[in-house]
Write a protein that binds this ligand. Structure first.
Ligand SMILES: Nc1ncnc2c1ncn2[C@@H]1O[C@H](COP(=O)(O)OP(=O)(O)OP(=O)(O)O)[C@@H](O)[C@H]1O
Ligand SMILES: [Mg+2]
Length: 255
């Protein structure tokens, strides 16, 4: 792996396993020697924080709202002071656990655009990312929000899908959105199939898959169990099949 920060964004239909896969990837990358990982929870429901068992103090949205409220109250600050303040607040919002940093984005913007504030926050997140080797973004279903709220460019755009036609349709839509509208800039695109029942399903899907299939995970009771008990995925056993699959997928991605 070269020195430059590599970013991975995961997207896909609701409930297909984005957060579970993200959490397993974070664990796997964190165990590789000398890597610093930034996990970005871009889901308003902060699922990744729960899956990693890390408590967050503040979200990016909280910081944004504080700033907007102070602007509304007429407290004007010059640009440098605002930037310094946001920079400080964002580093405060970063929760660290060994070699993993976790940043939660929070809710989508509720009122108005305040595009300037969003742009500033995005620049600071981008700057923060430079201190890490790998950034993993657990996103909402669409890809637009990654561009709008987190980052302009990602290296690996990964769509998670179950084996259903609906899941694959969403994957296809994401592909077109990413390609045509430049909703997010990416360097490579791949798909991970999740909750597979048997390999025949994978072979069938691969034949017509709109996106290169990087790997797949079976329907897995251990993943369900970790979720059910709210257990941190950092404790997912290294010998478990799903974990080995994730490790292979990361190898295939050639970070
Ligand atoms: N391979 C798997 N085998 C069994 N259950 C799974 C598997 N992957 C995910 N699940 C279960 O499916 C549910 C949804 O998973 P997860 O939260 O990871 O999806 P998501 O795409 O992040 O959902 P959301 O769109 O709500 O953020 C969870 O209950 C999880 O335990
Ligand atoms: Mg999720």
């Amino acid at each position: 792996m070269d020195k430059k920060t590599k970013t991975i964004a995961l997207c896909g239909k609701g409930g297909v396993g984005k957060t579970s896969v993200s959490a397993l990837m974070v664990k796997n990358l964190a165990e590789r020697k000398d890597l610093k990982i930034l996990a970005i929870d871009a889901d308003p429901a902060v699922g990744l924080c729960t899956a990693l068992g890390i408590q967050i103090k503040k979200t990016v949205d909280d910081i944004r709202n504080d700033l907007i409220n102070s602007i509304k109250k007429g407290k004007s600050q010059d640009k440098t002071a605002t930037l310094n303040m946001l920079d400080y607040e964002l580093f405060e919002a970063l929760t660290e656990y060994n070699n993993v940093g976790l940043l939660a984005i929070g809710r989508p913007e509720s009122e108005g655009c305040f595009c300037r504030v969003n742009a500033l926050l995005k620049d600071i997140i981008q700057d923060m990312a430079k201190n890490f080797d790998v950034v993993i973004i657990d996103g909402e279903a669409g890809v637009e929000q990654i561009n709008r709220r987190v980052m302009k460019t990602v290296d690996h755009l990964i769509t998670i899908s179950d084996t259903s036609a609906k899941g694959l349709n969403v994957a296809n839509t994401i592909k077109h959105l990413a390609e045509d509208n430049k909703a997010v800039n990416y360097k490579s695109m791949g798909m991970i199939l999740n909750r597979v029942r048997n390999e025949r399903e994978v072979q069938n899907i691969k034949k017509n898959a709109p996106i290169n299939v990087l790997g797949w995970l079976m329907e897995d009771d251990l993943i369900r169990e970790f979720d059910f008990h709210g257990k941190s995925f950092f404790y997912f056993p290294d010998k478990a099949k799903a974990y080995k699959k994730i490790s292979n997928i990361i190898e295939v991605m050639q970070l």
